[in-house]
Design a binder for this molecule. Structure first.
Ligand code: TNX
Length: 514
């Protein structure tokens, strides 16, 4: 049981929090009063707390835990909530269901860390300290991208990942489903995409085949699982570059239809890109129609990064496209193609997302993820794009988090916890009109060097905790965050997050501010 004035260590930090005297005892007889529209939050509360505490938390009209949905509630927006824990009752209120889900996570964090661990500890009752919390996020989109193309991961782990995101009030999981080294999503009209494109013969000469693909049912199940936790799954299908696996499956999609190439077995930027004929446009529409059927998300990411135009300079069909579309040259084909793809999505009510190389390279209507440089976001915002900051220097969790020996193999480079923490979602100096275009911040975990869930979790946490904190809370205070993180680490430990145990309370010496 926590001592009365033990720090609460809520992560991310709530906007307003006041401690009150006393505590609420959660016990075997505690019941939940569920307002219409709050059923999802009640289910989540039970899913999170019943296995851990053993308490059934049944619904009852006079339940002491009150989950109330009030569309007229002011000041909490789409995702905020108000939470009052008093000695005799707990009141959680929000204007929208998403706010209630976040409030349930806060309620869970008010319990001792052991209460997060299913079935490990049995107590007669658990004390919730009395508090008054009003909370809402700084940014509407707080995301994480996982690369399941380079190394396939089972859907069971993706569900666990969703749980970990929701714990941190992150609300977007971008699934990087396709790349040169593997295609992971089935498209019934194009079975070879997963049959051939889903397997590579080896990786960097290791002689060991690597493969895997999800079933449609698994993906639909993941979407529903995530939705129940307030997390949107944003599918990502890479075009027109990073498409070697698709071209291995269907050679006519490439720039030399007579050429058959294997799924790529190396890392880096591959010269093999989609051809610019009608068959490529048909292909992308067929794939995206299936994507839109499986993923209800309003947002679909179509890649767009690292697309060399080398092959287009020599392809008669690509050069013909340059002529018929009156483009300045083959280098303009990437933007033209993404424009076609974006239009197809928009016609179905979806918003195209894309990686931007410089902020000004994506067609109008795209939400832009600048990955090379944060200031590319400024250029994009000035062009009217909505921006999700994902610059590698502050957001790429495939870089090692500590300098020096003892780290597992990773992308050459370094990104410390503190660098992730200190990065402002909107860098100082941007004019207010541009700043308003920034709708989110997102981390990316590319998986070339991280083949296992344990390795991925080691890389993700606690740096993702830092990103979640800065995307949610307007306050920047490294010492305050560090103190809360020390206790939050106990939660990560209880949940078995690999790597949290390798992280010391105080950052390693030599750590520098980003
Ligand atoms: C660049 S960032 C890539 C990925 C790699 C990553 C490695 C981006 C949009 N493309 O294909 O995995 O670097 O850090």
């Amino acid at each position: 049981m926590p001592a009365p004035r033990e720090p609460l260590a809520l992560v991310p930090r709530p906007l307003k929090l006041a401690r009150r005297f006393g505590s609420f005892a959660l016990g075997p007889g505690t019941a939940v009063r569920i307002a219409p529209g709050a059923e999802g939050a009640a289910s989540l509360l039970r899913e999170l707390l019943t296995p851990a505490t053993g308490f059934p938390l049944p619904a009852a009209p006079d339940g002491e835990i009150i989950l109330a949905l009030d569309p007229a509630l002011g000041g909490t927006g789409e995702e905020g909530y108000g939470l009052t824990v008093a000695p005799d009752a707990v009141l959680l209120r929000a204007a929208r269901p998403a706010g209630l889900l976040h409030g349930v996570q806060t309620l869970r964090q008010l319990l001792p860390a052991e209460a997060l661990l299913p079935g490990a500890v049995r107590a007669e009752r658990w004390e919730l300290p009395c508090v008054e919390i009003t909370d809402r996020p700084l940014l509407p989109r707080r995301g994480f991208m996982i690369d399941v193309a380079r190394h396939f991961q089972p859907v069971s782990w993706l569900r666990r990942l969703v749980d970990l995101l929701a714990l941190h009030k992150l609300n977007v999981l971008q699934l990087h489903l396709t790349d040169d080294q593997g295609w992971r999503m089935p498209v019934p009209a194009l079975p070879r995409l997963t049959e051939i494109g889903g397997v590579r013969a080896e990786t960097l000469g290791d002689g060991v085949p690597h493969g895997g693909a999800y079933s449609t049912a698994e993906l639909r199940g993941l979407v529903a699982y995530a939705e129940a936790r307030g997390v949107e799954i944003v599918p990502e299908i890479e075009v027109p570059g990073h498409t070697r696996a698709a071209i291995a499956a269907y050679p006519h999609l490439g720039n030399d239809p007579a050429r058959t190439l294997p799924v790529w077995t190396r890392w880096g930027v591959c010269d093999t890109v989609l051809g610019m004929g009608e068959e490529s446009l048909d292909f992308v529409r067929t794939v995206l129609d299936e994507v839109m059927d499986v993923f209800p998300s309003r947002h679909v990411h179509v890649g767009g990064d690292e697309c060399p135009s080398t092959e287009w300079h020599h392809s008669p069909s690509a050069l013909n496209r340059v002529r018929t579309e009156r483009l300045p040259g083959p280098d303009a084909l990437r933007g033209w193609f993404l424009g076609q793809v974006g239009r197809h999505l928009a016609a179905h009510g979806r918003v195209p997302f894309g990686w931007s190389e410089n902020g000004t390279d994506l067609p109008p209507g795209f939400t832009v993820l600048p990955w090379r440089d944060t200031d590319h976001g400024l250029a994009a915002a000035r062009r009217g794009h909505r921006v999700i900051t994902s610059a590698y220097r502050t957001s790429y969790l495939d870089y090692p988090q500590h300098p020096g020996p003892g780290e597992p193999p990773g992308q050459p480079g370094l990104l410390t916890l503190r660098q992730v923490y200190e990065a402002d979602p909107v860098p100082p100096g941007w004019e207010p009109e541009a700043a308003r275009q920034v709708v989110g911040r997102q981390a990316a975990l590319w998986s070339e060097y991280a083949p296992t869930p344990a390795h991925l979790e080691y890389l993700a946490f606690p740096r993702l905790t830092a990103l979640a904190e800065r995307a949610w809370s307007p306050r920047r205070d490294w010492d305050d965050f560090g103190a809360r993180l020390t206790r939050h680490r106990l939660r990560l430990d209880a949940l078995g997050v690999r790597g949290a145990d390798r992280f010391s309370d105080t950052p390693p010496t030599g750590e520098e501010t980003g």
